[in-house]
Design a binder for this molecule. Structure first.
Ligand SMILES: Cc1cc2nc3c(=O)[nH]c(=O)nc-3n(C[C@H](O)[C@H](O)[C@H](O)COP(=O)(O)OP(=O)(O)OC[C@H]3O[C@@H](n4cnc5c(N)ncnc54)[C@H](O)[C@@H]3O)c2cc1C
Length: 579
């Protein structure tokens, strides 16, 4: 920065960070009730009519609002339940705190029987953003598009227009690549969404990449020709600062007269005529008011895989039996919420690494972040990735069944230097669901992720194979000196299953597996599914879903880039259909 960074300015960051951490630690999300809060409220009407109402200013919603409002004749209303990002939420190093803060919905699972056993009452958090930018404003910022085969499988399921060759131009359209090396066939410069190499890497991550090479794996651009191999992550940051889709796609166009963005506005119903089966508008709550707004062209749901399913069901689109049992008139019987996918991540593999790498200087990190856009605050702490095939894979081609996330923890006053190799399943067989608990729109939905529940044990077997592969990696000369942390997970080591036996790890997996926050599929695209290949809700007019919920086969990796691609493509489909 050309400006002098004053002590006062640095202090404002220190205070902001401390405040966010403290408020996240104390944050206990409380389930709200429409009946209690709005019983007396009259429904007011929005004074203007809009062409498009976009519900949810998150990852996809921000992209879509930006693209539709490029057409000056379209009047677009974007409604978002959460508030604004701040200079503190944009610090990449804050990602861990954000998920537990008021900027996330605070959801959790129903008690789980097959995983999450190390958590109180076997209930695990379900993290999803509640802020302009949505989950892209709170997530780990890793830019991964997925495997060529993912999209070809979408098309094979009957979704014409979604094979890899069809979607690649939309991935490229949004991208502004600032990468050390990249192939122009797969990347683009000049789009709205910045994609960068990390601005900070510790020495440990170089050793991790070298270990990959030692095993004969390639160092790859995992968004390029071949995904299998090792890499540093590509990040959605700009000069080391988080760039959410709201920041990338809307902030610069804030003066557009035809785009109205309304934060702190939670939609409680899509108004669908039971006779014409046409979406006509929405009802939303803003502060103490209940407001009805009309859309002359379309209502577009971009509320994410959990809330899009909930909102459709609250509005009469969902499994008939479930809706009727709660006293909701079923306008369209649809399998909403029944195919919820996620990526399970095992976080129980830790290595002590006695190389001197000390790190404890918070003030220095803040100054380095502000002055140079460098240092540990510019990254999410994930310093390397590997997309791999384990011995459990029956695939004959190059389809990774796991990815590794390398998370180093430098030495501090409290602990020795150590690192985690986290293992995530790319294509778990287990499937969860989102259902309604009640018909109160401010109540939380019922969520079950059901990780590791598939009958043929594909998921736990693959995770175990992933652990063994990670151990093999850590035995290389490049990571010489690293030592498996042999502190067993509570209740998992026994005479029958001693530490490091397969039995031990299977127990550990059930205790220390977490949700990656990669929710997809709850309003999936397909012929017998919830939306068609143009993302229109089957049998309802003027209503689309455009977010991660439509993804019909999970992404081999992190789903944000695919969600942005979906919104880019949807914008063109929508513009085309109203030409
Ligand atoms: C902790 C975490 C880490 C992750 N890390 C990565 C990563 O590194 N890379 C990656 O690619 N993916 C990552 N993901 C996943 C990725 O962020 C999501 O898949 C993607 O952002 C989902 O986009 P979306 O548009 O479907 O939903 P969201 O971005 O969640 O947007 C939905 C928006 O709708 C709003 N909304 C919901 N209900 C209502 C309502 N009734 N009325 C008004 N507004 C409403 C929400 O507040 C939110 O802003 C991560 C997710 C989490 C939770």
């Amino acid at each position: 920065s050309p400006f002098e960074i004053t002590d006062h300015y640095i202090q404002s960051y220190k205070d902001g960070i401390a405040e966010l951490k403290a408020s996240a630690a104390l944050h206990h999300p409380v389930e709200r009730s429409f009946a209690a809060e709005y019983a007396e409220a009259e429904v007011k009407s929005e004074p203007h009519e809009y062409d498009f109402i976009i519900v949810g200013g998150g990852t996809a919603g921000a992209v879509l609002a930006s693209r539709l409002s490029e057409v000056p004749e379209y009047k677009v209303l974007l409604l978002e339940a959460g508030g604004e990002e701040t200079k503190i939420t944009k610090i990449p190093g804050m990602h861990k705190v954000l998920g537990a803060s008021k900027h996330a919905w605070g959801y959790h699972t129903e008690p789980q029987e097959t995983w999450c056993l190390g958590h109180e009452n076997k209930i695990c958090p379900v993290v999803t953003g509640k802020i302009l930018g949505g989950s892209s404003a709170i997530n780990d910022m890793i830019y991964t598009r997925g495997n060529v085969r993912d999209f070809d499988l979408w098309a094979d399921l009957g979704n014409d227009g979604w094979c890899y060759d069809d979607v690649l131009p939309y991935f490229k359209k949004s991208e502004n690549a600032h990468l050390h090396e990249f192939d122009r066939k797969f990347h683009n410069q000049g789009g709205l969404l910045s994609v960068e190499d990390p601005h900070y890497l510790s020495n440990l991550s170089h050793a991790f990449l070298a270990a990959g090479k030692e095993l004969g794996k390639n160092i790859v651009d995992y968004n390029g020709k071949d995904q299998l191999g090792f890499s540093v992550p590509q990040l959605n940051t700009e000069n080391g600062e988080r760039t959410s889709t709201y920041n990338a796609f809307i902030k610069h166009f804030a003066t557009r007269k035809n785009l109205v963005v309304r934060p702190l506005s939670q939609v409680i119903e899509i108004l669908i005529s039971p006779h014409s089966k046409e979406a006509q508008g929405v009802k939303y709550v803003h502060e103490k008011e209940v407001i009805a707004a009309k859309a002359s062209k379309e209502v577009i749901l971009t509320t994410g895989a959990i809330n899009s399913a909930q909102l459709l069901m609250l509005s009469g689109v969902g499994p008939k039996e479930q809706l009727e049992s709660l006293g909701i008139e079923c306008i369209i019987d649809s399998p909403v919420g029944q195919y919820l996918k996620d990526h399970p991540t095992f976080k129980g593999l830790n290595y002590i690494y006695p190389i001197e790498e000390h790190h404890d200087d918070h003030e220095h990190d803040i100054i380095n972040y502000l002055r140079n856009g460098k240092g540990p605050l510019t990254v999410p702490g994930i310093e390397a990735l590997a997309f791999l095939k384990t011995e459990a894979s029956k695939d004959t081609a190059h389809y990774p069944d796991v990815y590794f996330t390398f998370v180093p923890h430098p030495k501090t006053a409290e602990h020795e230097a150590n690192f985690d190799v986290q293992i995530t399943l790319t294509h778990p067989k287990s499937t969860g669901y989102v259902a309604l608990k009640t018909k109160d729109p401010l109540n939380w939905p019922k969520i079950s992720l059901n990780h590791l529940s598939d009958a043929d044990e594909h998921d736990i077997t693959t995770m175990l194979a992933g652990i063994r592969l990670a151990q093999h990696l850590c035995d290389t000369a490049a990571l010489k000196g690293s030592k498996l942390n042999d502190q067993p997970i509570d209740g998992c080591a026994s005479e029958e299953h001693p530490f490091n036996s397969d039995g031990y790890w299977k127990c550990a997996i059930k205790h220390a597996t977490y949700s990656a926050g990669h929710y997809t599929g709850s309003c999936k695209m397909g012929k017998e599914a919830v939306v068609d290949n143009e993302l229109r809700v089957h049998n309802v007019h003027k209503l689309r879903v455009v977010d991660a919920s439509v993804i019909p086969v999970s992404i081999t990796g992190h789903p944000q880039a695919a969600t942005v691609m979906i919104a880019e493509k949807a914008a063109e489909l929508i513009k085309h259909s109203w030409k």
